[in-house]
Design a protein around this ligand. Sequence first.
Ligand SMILES: [Zn+2]
Length: 66
Amino acid sequence: MYSGLVCPVGKHPLSLDGGHLVCENCGASFPINDGIPELLIEDARLPEGINSIADLKCMKEKNSKK
Ligand SMILES: [Zn+2]
């Protein structure tokens, strides 16, 4: 149902986990509200050990590509 969706930061695939979509690369967890995924990094739940969006693996990869 949610296949083809990717992390808004790193464009890595998302996997469904307990009502959230979790980036397989950086671990950011995106909520699904009424069946609609909210793919905004500002609203994402960060994985354990990550305190800010800038510390996400996807964000670091994105910043290092330029
Ligand atoms: Zn990601």
